[in-house]
Design a binder for this molecule. Structure first.
Ligand code: NAP
Length: 195
């Protein structure tokens, strides 16, 4: 069984944590302020969740990275080589309060993120829906797009998506991920249900 963690405990990180614990999976969750600041969230999530430092969280087999775009570099600084572990890139290259898109020079955002994660197998997913929609079932499986260059990593993430009660659609490699990139792609905020 893969170990799972989340770096980033805000709107999206905590929504993913609720999905994971709700599906009976264990998760470690980290933020920038340290484990003690996560006591309230961990108490809400229940016994399958625990707080960790980002360095501890980074040792899981599957690590969700869910921090504001401008904080990604500092969040992963000093974590070393990822040794083939999977990072799920939930991030979008835009952030409050300005909501001015970051200039990626035409590159896919997950290509930029992967450049900060030596040795990681990066899968872009969980980035195109607001957190409230991730949490709702509405009588069907919420459709989630995913993309990435590593077929094995995508298979593991696809299995996890299914385990969480969602319906995954593979968009291909990093270039395919541009379809679900926000801003710019046509798919973000598309709220589809498989019934
Ligand atoms: N909100 C949405 O609707 C939405 C939807 C899809 C995708 N996204 C993407 O998901 C990512 C997270 O968005 P969000 O709305 O969840 O952000 P958020 O609510 O502002 O939460 C950000 C989290 O990142 C943590 N963090 C910041 N710097 C860190 C660092 N250096 N090390 C470890 N943790 C750090 C923060 O911890 P502290 O509080 O301790 O600093 C906080 O827990 C963004 O890239 C965003 O584009 C957001």
């Amino acid at each position: 069984m893969n170990t799972i963690s989340i770096i980033g405990a805000g709107s999206i990180g905590s929504a993913i944590a609720r999905l994971l614990t709700g599906a009976g999976l264990e998760v470690k969750i980290a933020n920038s302020r340290g484990p003690s600041s996560l006591a309230g969230l961990v108490a809400e999530l229940g016994p399958r969740a625990s707080a960790a430092t980002a360095a501890e969280a980074a040792r899981a087999d599957i690590v969700f990275l869910s921090v504001p775009w401008s904080r990604i570099a500092s969040a992963v600084e000093g974590l070393g080589d990822w040794g083939g572990r999977i990072v799920v890139d939930t991030n979008n290259p835009i952030e409050a309060p300005a909501f001015k898109p970051f200039d990626l020079g035409g590159r896919a955002s997950s290509e930029v993120v992967a450049g900060l994660l030596p040795g990681a197998r990066v899968v872009k997913a969980f980035n195109h829906l607001p957190p409230a929609l991730l949490a709702q079932a509405d009588g069907g499986q919420r459709v989630l797009f995913f993309s990435g260059e590593d077929a094995g990593a995508k298979q593991d993430v696809a299995q996890l998506i299914e385990r969480l009660g969602l319906f995954g659609i593979d968009l291909g490699g990093v270039e395919g991920g541009k379809l679900a990139q926000f801003p710019g792609g046509p798919l973000p905020a598309l709220n589809l249900l498989k019934v």
